[in-house]
Ligand binder design. Structure first.
Ligand code: TMP
Length: 211
């Protein structure tokens, strides 16, 4: 695999503050002069964002779990070839908000399709591209959901019951146990500034290990 850049992902349950934290870390790196891009899943580019809006539209209650898994994988494929791979080839640091672990957890475990099945369709989508490090924002389903209460718009997955979000929380811990060398955990129940600082230090160490 021809990959020169640094591919780092952020993962966490809904309400973990993942987007706020990953964009803040990105901004700090950019301010320091690093050649870094921020992107998110599902989406980051037009075709993938269009797929995202179909997946997350609250009116699509009839969507089958496997359809959902395939759409996430399709969105991931497009995002990877159009944005992530070109950036890595240009030696950039890529900070990506969610990647394949989200599908293993949400579709594989919480939707109960099975991790191996979901991994297989994703392998078709991503080939060998995997992040070298994944920052996990660790928070309980209850605390995450409490934060979501303040959101004006809740997408189709945000609207799931607490039991679904509990499966997401537990699902992440089983995926972390499976890939312990890739995951780094941050206590996301701390004050926002501290979560950003902890995540930044972890990412910075990883970047420095390349220099
Ligand atoms: P976001 O809130 O981080 O933007 O993600 C939107 C929702 O999509 C969130 O509830 C998690 C879910 N999701 C999956 O179920 N599978 C996936 O593969 C991805 C990337 C996201």
């Amino acid at each position: 695999m021809e990959q020169k850049g640094i591919f780092i992902t952020f993962e966490g349950p809904d309400g973990s503050g993942k987007t706020t934290v990953s964009t803040a870390v990105y901004q700090r790196l950019k301010d320091e002069g690093y050649d870094v891009i921020y992107t998110r899943e599902p989406g980051g580019i037009d075709i993938a964002e269009q797929i995202r809006s179909v997946i997350l539209d609250p009116k699509n209650t009839a969507m089958d779990s496997r359809t959902e898994a395939l759409l996430y994988a399709a969105s991931r494929r497009q995002h990877l070839v159009e944005k992530i791979i070109p950036a890595l080839r240009e030696n950039k640091i890529v900070i990506c908000d969610r990647f394949v672990d989200s599908s293993l957890v949400y579709q594989g475990i919480a939707r109960q399709i099975g991790v191996e099945e979901v991994y297989r369709i994703n392998q078709f989508a991503i080939s060998d591209y995997m992040p070298e490090m994944t920052v996990y924002l660790d928070i309980s389903a209850e605390k995450g959901l409490a934060r979501l209460q303040n959101r004006e718009f809740k997408d189709r997955l945000d609207q799931e019951e607490l039991s679904f979000h509990k499966m997401v929380e537990e699902g992440y811990h089983s995926i972390i146990a499976r890939f312990p060398e890739r995951f780094r955990l941050v206590d996301a129940s701390q004050e926002k500034e501290q979560v950003i600082e902890d995540a930044y230090q972890i990412v910075k160490q990883q970047i420095l290990s390349h220099e």
